[in-house]
Design a protein around this ligand. Structure first.
Ligand code: FMN
Length: 329
Protein backbone atom coordinates (compact mmCIF):
# COMPACT_ATOMS: atom_id res chain seq x y z
CA UNK A 1 0.00 0.00 0.00
CA UNK A 2 1.25 3.53 -0.80
CA UNK A 3 2.09 5.53 2.32
CA UNK A 4 -0.46 8.32 2.93
CA UNK A 5 2.14 11.03 2.63
CA UNK A 6 4.97 10.42 0.24
CA UNK A 7 8.21 11.64 1.80
CA UNK A 8 10.38 14.08 -0.08
CA UNK A 9 14.11 13.63 -0.03
CA UNK A 10 15.84 16.05 -2.35
CA UNK A 11 19.50 16.96 -2.41
CA UNK A 12 22.29 17.78 -4.85
CA UNK A 13 22.51 14.11 -5.95
CA UNK A 14 18.80 13.77 -6.80
CA UNK A 15 18.88 17.20 -8.49
CA UNK A 16 21.97 16.32 -10.56
CA UNK A 17 20.49 13.01 -11.76
CA UNK A 18 16.86 14.09 -12.09
CA UNK A 19 15.53 11.44 -9.70
CA UNK A 20 13.24 11.53 -6.66
CA UNK A 21 15.18 9.54 -4.05
CA UNK A 22 18.94 9.01 -3.61
CA UNK A 23 18.62 5.22 -3.66
CA UNK A 24 20.57 3.55 -6.45
CA UNK A 25 20.62 -0.05 -7.65
CA UNK A 26 24.23 -0.61 -8.67
CA UNK A 27 25.27 -2.65 -11.69
CA UNK A 28 25.11 -6.40 -11.09
CA UNK A 29 26.34 -9.04 -13.48
CA UNK A 30 23.48 -11.43 -14.41
CA UNK A 31 21.07 -9.49 -12.16
CA UNK A 32 20.84 -5.95 -13.55
CA UNK A 33 18.24 -6.49 -16.25
CA UNK A 34 15.39 -4.30 -17.47
CA UNK A 35 12.66 -5.39 -14.99
CA UNK A 36 14.75 -4.66 -11.89
CA UNK A 37 16.23 -1.39 -13.16
CA UNK A 38 12.82 -0.14 -14.30
CA UNK A 39 11.13 -1.06 -11.00
CA UNK A 40 13.72 0.87 -8.99
CA UNK A 41 13.48 3.91 -11.26
CA UNK A 42 9.69 3.78 -11.41
CA UNK A 43 9.64 4.08 -7.59
CA UNK A 44 11.79 7.21 -7.74
CA UNK A 45 15.23 5.62 -7.21
CA UNK A 46 17.82 5.00 -9.91
CA UNK A 47 17.95 1.57 -11.52
CA UNK A 48 20.90 0.38 -13.56
CA UNK A 49 21.02 -2.09 -16.45
CA UNK A 50 24.33 -3.99 -16.47
CA UNK A 51 25.80 -3.70 -19.96
CA UNK A 52 27.96 -6.82 -19.94
CA UNK A 53 25.11 -9.09 -18.81
CA UNK A 54 23.92 -8.68 -22.38
CA UNK A 55 25.90 -11.01 -24.67
CA UNK A 56 26.28 -8.44 -27.46
CA UNK A 57 25.98 -4.66 -27.86
CA UNK A 58 22.82 -5.24 -29.94
CA UNK A 59 21.29 -7.16 -27.03
CA UNK A 60 22.07 -4.21 -24.77
CA UNK A 61 20.21 -1.90 -27.16
CA UNK A 62 17.20 -4.24 -26.98
CA UNK A 63 17.37 -4.42 -23.18
CA UNK A 64 17.42 -0.61 -22.91
CA UNK A 65 14.42 -0.44 -25.24
CA UNK A 66 12.63 -3.01 -23.06
CA UNK A 67 13.28 -0.95 -19.90
CA UNK A 68 11.76 2.05 -21.69
CA UNK A 69 8.51 0.12 -22.11
CA UNK A 70 8.46 -0.39 -18.32
CA UNK A 71 9.21 3.14 -17.09
CA UNK A 72 9.36 6.73 -18.32
CA UNK A 73 11.69 7.66 -15.46
CA UNK A 74 15.46 7.95 -15.81
CA UNK A 75 17.53 4.79 -15.46
CA UNK A 76 21.21 4.18 -16.08
CA UNK A 77 23.58 1.62 -17.57
CA UNK A 78 26.56 0.15 -15.73
CA UNK A 79 29.73 -0.27 -17.77
CA UNK A 80 32.29 -2.31 -15.83
CA UNK A 81 35.74 -2.25 -17.33
CA UNK A 82 38.02 -4.91 -15.90
CA UNK A 83 41.37 -6.20 -17.20
CA UNK A 84 40.67 -9.30 -19.27
CA UNK A 85 42.52 -11.71 -21.54
CA UNK A 86 39.82 -11.38 -24.19
CA UNK A 87 38.02 -8.11 -23.40
CA UNK A 88 34.46 -7.53 -24.58
CA UNK A 89 34.02 -4.80 -27.24
CA UNK A 90 33.75 -1.98 -24.68
CA UNK A 91 33.68 0.76 -27.31
CA UNK A 92 30.71 -0.87 -29.03
CA UNK A 93 28.79 -1.21 -25.76
CA UNK A 94 29.61 2.43 -25.03
CA UNK A 95 28.32 3.50 -28.45
CA UNK A 96 25.05 1.63 -27.88
CA UNK A 97 24.59 3.56 -24.63
CA UNK A 98 25.17 6.86 -26.45
CA UNK A 99 22.88 5.95 -29.36
CA UNK A 100 20.12 4.74 -27.03
CA UNK A 101 19.76 8.18 -25.48
CA UNK A 102 20.35 6.91 -21.93
CA UNK A 103 21.69 9.87 -19.95
CA UNK A 104 23.23 8.20 -16.89
CA UNK A 105 26.14 5.74 -16.82
CA UNK A 106 27.76 4.01 -13.86
CA UNK A 107 31.41 3.25 -14.61
CA UNK A 108 33.37 0.79 -12.49
CA UNK A 109 36.40 -1.47 -12.53
CA UNK A 110 38.97 1.03 -13.81
CA UNK A 111 39.36 4.75 -14.53
CA UNK A 112 36.52 6.26 -16.56
CA UNK A 113 39.06 8.54 -18.32
CA UNK A 114 39.03 6.91 -21.79
CA UNK A 115 35.22 7.14 -21.92
CA UNK A 116 34.69 10.63 -20.56
CA UNK A 117 34.99 12.60 -23.85
CA UNK A 118 32.35 10.43 -25.57
CA UNK A 119 29.96 10.54 -22.62
CA UNK A 120 30.47 14.29 -22.11
CA UNK A 121 29.81 15.00 -25.80
CA UNK A 122 26.54 13.04 -25.54
CA UNK A 123 25.44 14.88 -22.38
CA UNK A 124 25.68 11.66 -20.36
CA UNK A 125 26.20 12.01 -16.63
CA UNK A 126 28.74 9.61 -15.17
CA UNK A 127 28.57 8.12 -11.69
CA UNK A 128 31.95 6.51 -11.11
CA UNK A 129 32.06 3.68 -8.60
CA UNK A 130 35.33 3.16 -6.75
CA UNK A 131 36.67 1.92 -3.43
CA UNK A 132 39.02 4.66 -2.21
CA UNK A 133 39.06 8.39 -1.62
CA UNK A 134 42.07 8.79 -3.93
CA UNK A 135 40.25 7.17 -6.85
CA UNK A 136 37.16 9.24 -6.08
CA UNK A 137 39.24 12.43 -6.23
CA UNK A 138 40.74 11.35 -9.54
CA UNK A 139 37.25 10.77 -10.95
CA UNK A 140 36.14 14.18 -9.67
CA UNK A 141 39.04 15.78 -11.57
CA UNK A 142 37.97 13.91 -14.72
CA UNK A 143 34.59 15.61 -14.55
CA UNK A 144 32.23 12.87 -13.39
CA UNK A 145 28.88 14.07 -12.05
CA UNK A 146 29.00 11.94 -8.90
CA UNK A 147 30.93 9.19 -7.21
CA UNK A 148 29.68 5.97 -5.64
CA UNK A 149 32.13 4.78 -3.03
CA UNK A 150 32.19 1.12 -2.01
CA UNK A 151 33.30 0.19 1.51
CA UNK A 152 34.97 -3.07 2.52
CA UNK A 153 31.53 -4.53 3.35
CA UNK A 154 30.45 -4.61 -0.30
CA UNK A 155 29.67 -7.52 -2.58
CA UNK A 156 32.03 -7.92 -5.51
CA UNK A 157 35.29 -5.98 -5.55
CA UNK A 158 36.05 -4.05 -2.34
CA UNK A 159 39.61 -3.14 -3.43
CA UNK A 160 42.68 -3.78 -1.33
CA UNK A 161 42.54 -1.01 1.28
CA UNK A 162 39.99 -2.74 3.58
CA UNK A 163 38.40 0.51 4.79
CA UNK A 164 34.80 -0.01 5.92
CA UNK A 165 32.08 2.56 5.28
CA UNK A 166 32.09 4.00 8.78
CA UNK A 167 35.44 5.63 8.03
CA UNK A 168 35.40 5.69 4.23
CA UNK A 169 32.18 7.71 3.94
CA UNK A 170 33.12 10.66 6.17
CA UNK A 171 36.64 10.58 4.71
CA UNK A 172 35.09 10.92 1.24
CA UNK A 173 32.77 13.67 2.48
CA UNK A 174 35.77 15.65 3.73
CA UNK A 175 37.68 15.27 0.47
CA UNK A 176 35.11 15.55 -2.34
CA UNK A 177 33.26 18.57 -3.69
CA UNK A 178 30.89 16.68 -6.02
CA UNK A 179 27.86 14.65 -4.84
CA UNK A 180 28.61 11.11 -3.75
CA UNK A 181 26.69 8.07 -2.56
CA UNK A 182 27.75 5.46 -0.05
CA UNK A 183 27.85 1.83 -1.16
CA UNK A 184 28.44 -1.49 0.54
CA UNK A 185 26.47 -2.73 3.51
CA UNK A 186 23.21 -0.83 2.94
CA UNK A 187 19.85 -2.56 3.10
CA UNK A 188 17.34 -0.45 5.00
CA UNK A 189 16.33 3.00 6.22
CA UNK A 190 18.79 2.88 9.09
CA UNK A 191 21.56 2.55 6.54
CA UNK A 192 20.27 5.44 4.44
CA UNK A 193 19.95 7.60 7.57
CA UNK A 194 23.51 6.67 8.56
CA UNK A 195 24.89 7.41 5.08
CA UNK A 196 23.24 10.84 5.05
CA UNK A 197 24.51 11.54 8.55
CA UNK A 198 28.07 10.57 7.63
CA UNK A 199 28.03 13.08 4.78
CA UNK A 200 26.97 11.01 1.75
CA UNK A 201 24.11 12.12 -0.49
CA UNK A 202 22.49 8.71 -0.71
CA UNK A 203 23.11 5.00 -1.00
CA UNK A 204 23.95 2.45 -3.66
CA UNK A 205 22.86 -1.15 -3.03
CA UNK A 206 23.54 -4.45 -4.74
CA UNK A 207 22.85 -7.40 -2.46
CA UNK A 208 19.59 -5.92 -1.12
CA UNK A 209 18.20 -5.53 -4.64
CA UNK A 210 19.12 -9.15 -5.50
CA UNK A 211 16.44 -10.10 -2.98
CA UNK A 212 13.44 -8.47 -4.68
CA UNK A 213 10.67 -9.96 -6.77
CA UNK A 214 11.94 -8.29 -9.97
CA UNK A 215 15.48 -9.60 -9.53
CA UNK A 216 15.83 -12.23 -12.28
CA UNK A 217 17.67 -14.85 -10.21
CA UNK A 218 16.52 -18.17 -8.80
CA UNK A 219 14.22 -18.00 -5.78
CA UNK A 220 16.59 -20.46 -4.07
CA UNK A 221 19.40 -17.88 -4.16
CA UNK A 222 17.11 -15.17 -2.77
CA UNK A 223 16.05 -17.50 0.05
CA UNK A 224 19.67 -18.41 0.73
CA UNK A 225 20.49 -14.70 1.16
CA UNK A 226 17.56 -14.27 3.57
CA UNK A 227 18.75 -17.29 5.58
CA UNK A 228 22.44 -16.34 5.55
CA UNK A 229 24.22 -14.24 8.15
CA UNK A 230 26.89 -11.56 7.90
CA UNK A 231 29.45 -14.31 8.50
CA UNK A 232 28.61 -16.20 5.32
CA UNK A 233 30.92 -14.58 2.79
CA UNK A 234 34.46 -15.34 1.63
CA UNK A 235 37.11 -12.95 0.35
CA UNK A 236 38.76 -14.62 -2.63
CA UNK A 237 41.76 -13.54 -4.77
CA UNK A 238 43.36 -11.67 -1.85
CA UNK A 239 46.88 -12.86 -2.78
CA UNK A 240 46.28 -11.83 -6.40
CA UNK A 241 45.36 -8.29 -5.28
CA UNK A 242 42.02 -8.59 -7.03
CA UNK A 243 39.88 -9.27 -3.96
CA UNK A 244 36.24 -10.24 -4.43
CA UNK A 245 33.61 -10.79 -1.75
CA UNK A 246 31.47 -13.79 -2.64
CA UNK A 247 29.08 -16.20 -0.95
CA UNK A 248 30.69 -18.76 1.31
CA UNK A 249 30.23 -22.19 -0.25
CA UNK A 250 32.35 -25.25 -1.04
CA UNK A 251 33.75 -23.61 -4.19
CA UNK A 252 34.82 -20.31 -2.61
CA UNK A 253 36.24 -22.28 0.37
CA UNK A 254 38.39 -24.27 -2.09
CA UNK A 255 39.56 -21.11 -3.87
CA UNK A 256 40.63 -19.55 -0.56
CA UNK A 257 42.42 -22.74 0.43
CA UNK A 258 44.30 -23.16 -2.86
CA UNK A 259 45.43 -19.52 -3.03
CA UNK A 260 46.38 -19.44 0.67
CA UNK A 261 48.61 -22.44 0.05
CA UNK A 262 50.51 -20.49 -2.62
CA UNK A 263 48.37 -21.38 -5.63
CA UNK A 264 48.11 -19.05 -8.62
CA UNK A 265 45.19 -17.98 -10.79
CA UNK A 266 45.44 -20.92 -13.25
CA UNK A 267 45.04 -23.26 -10.27
CA UNK A 268 41.59 -21.83 -9.47
CA UNK A 269 40.49 -20.69 -12.93
CA UNK A 270 38.15 -23.65 -13.59
CA UNK A 271 36.48 -23.08 -10.20
CA UNK A 272 35.79 -19.37 -10.72
CA UNK A 273 34.55 -19.44 -14.33
CA UNK A 274 31.78 -16.91 -14.92
CA UNK A 275 29.61 -19.54 -16.58
CA UNK A 276 29.54 -21.53 -13.34
CA UNK A 277 28.50 -18.50 -11.29
CA UNK A 278 25.76 -17.81 -13.80
CA UNK A 279 24.41 -21.32 -13.22
CA UNK A 280 23.94 -20.50 -9.54
CA UNK A 281 21.64 -17.63 -10.44
CA UNK A 282 19.81 -19.49 -13.21
CA UNK A 283 19.36 -22.93 -11.62
CA UNK A 284 19.58 -22.14 -7.92
CA UNK A 285 22.43 -24.63 -7.50
CA UNK A 286 24.21 -22.79 -4.69
CA UNK A 287 27.38 -24.86 -5.04
CA UNK A 288 27.75 -24.56 -8.83
CA UNK A 289 30.31 -21.74 -8.69
CA UNK A 290 31.21 -18.45 -7.06
CA UNK A 291 28.64 -15.68 -6.78
CA UNK A 292 28.88 -12.16 -5.39
CA UNK A 293 27.10 -11.23 -2.19
CA UNK A 294 27.82 -8.70 0.57
CA UNK A 295 28.07 -8.78 4.35
CA UNK A 296 24.71 -7.02 4.40
CA UNK A 297 22.95 -10.31 3.67
CA UNK A 298 22.86 -10.60 7.47
CA UNK A 299 20.31 -7.75 7.51
CA UNK A 300 18.06 -9.03 4.71
CA UNK A 301 14.93 -10.83 5.92
CA UNK A 302 12.40 -10.63 3.09
CA UNK A 303 11.93 -10.50 -0.68
CA UNK A 304 9.79 -7.42 -1.42
CA UNK A 305 9.02 -5.67 -4.72
CA UNK A 306 11.93 -3.37 -5.58
CA UNK A 307 9.67 -0.30 -5.66
CA UNK A 308 8.20 -1.11 -2.25
CA UNK A 309 11.76 -1.49 -0.94
CA UNK A 310 12.80 1.95 -2.19
CA UNK A 311 9.76 3.60 -0.57
CA UNK A 312 10.18 1.64 2.65
CA UNK A 313 13.83 2.67 2.96
CA UNK A 314 13.02 6.36 2.51
CA UNK A 315 10.13 6.29 5.00
CA UNK A 316 12.22 4.35 7.51
CA UNK A 317 15.16 6.76 7.19
CA UNK A 318 12.85 9.67 7.87
CA UNK A 319 11.40 7.91 10.94
CA UNK A 320 14.81 6.94 12.29
CA UNK A 321 16.23 10.43 11.89
CA UNK A 322 13.14 12.10 13.39
CA UNK A 323 13.16 9.78 16.40
CA UNK A 324 16.88 10.18 17.03
CA UNK A 325 16.61 13.94 16.80
CA UNK A 326 14.09 13.87 19.65
CA UNK A 327 16.86 12.59 21.94
CA UNK A 328 18.37 16.06 21.76
CA UNK A 329 15.26 17.93 22.83
C1 FMN B 1 25.56 -10.37 -7.82
C2 FMN B 1 26.32 -9.09 -7.90
C3 FMN B 1 26.95 -8.75 -9.10
C4 FMN B 1 27.66 -7.55 -9.20
N1 FMN B 1 28.21 -7.21 -10.40
C5 FMN B 1 28.77 -5.97 -10.56
C6 FMN B 1 29.21 -5.54 -11.83
O1 FMN B 1 29.14 -6.27 -12.83
N2 FMN B 1 29.73 -4.30 -11.93
C7 FMN B 1 29.84 -3.46 -10.85
O2 FMN B 1 30.28 -2.33 -11.01
N3 FMN B 1 29.43 -3.86 -9.63
C8 FMN B 1 28.90 -5.08 -9.45
N4 FMN B 1 28.42 -5.46 -8.22
C9 FMN B 1 28.57 -4.53 -7.07
C10 FMN B 1 27.31 -3.69 -6.83
O3 FMN B 1 27.00 -2.84 -7.89
C11 FMN B 1 27.47 -2.83 -5.56
O4 FMN B 1 28.57 -1.95 -5.71
C12 FMN B 1 27.67 -3.67 -4.32
O5 FMN B 1 26.81 -4.77 -4.35
C13 FMN B 1 27.41 -2.84 -3.08
O6 FMN B 1 27.51 -3.63 -1.94
P1 FMN B 1 26.23 -4.34 -1.24
O7 FMN B 1 26.06 -5.60 -1.96
O8 FMN B 1 26.64 -4.49 0.17
O9 FMN B 1 25.04 -3.42 -1.42
C14 FMN B 1 27.74 -6.67 -8.07
C15 FMN B 1 27.13 -7.03 -6.88
C16 FMN B 1 26.41 -8.21 -6.78
C17 FMN B 1 25.73 -8.55 -5.49
Amino acid sequence: MEPLTKPRLRNRFTEALGIEYPVVQGGMMWVGRAELAAAVSEAGGLGMITALTQPTPADLAAEIARARTLTDKPFGVNLTILPSISPPPYDEYRQVIVDSGVKIVETAGSSPEPHMPTFAAAGIKVIHKCTSVRHALRAEKLGVTAVSIDGFECAGHPGEDDVPGLVLIPAAADALSIPFIASGGFADGRGLAAALTLGADGVNMGTRFMCTTESPISQTVKERIVAASELDTNLIFRSLRNTARVAKNSISDQVVEILSAGGQFPDVQPLVAGARGRKVFENGDLEAGIWSVGLVQGLIRDIPDAGELVRRIVVEAQTVLTERLRLFS
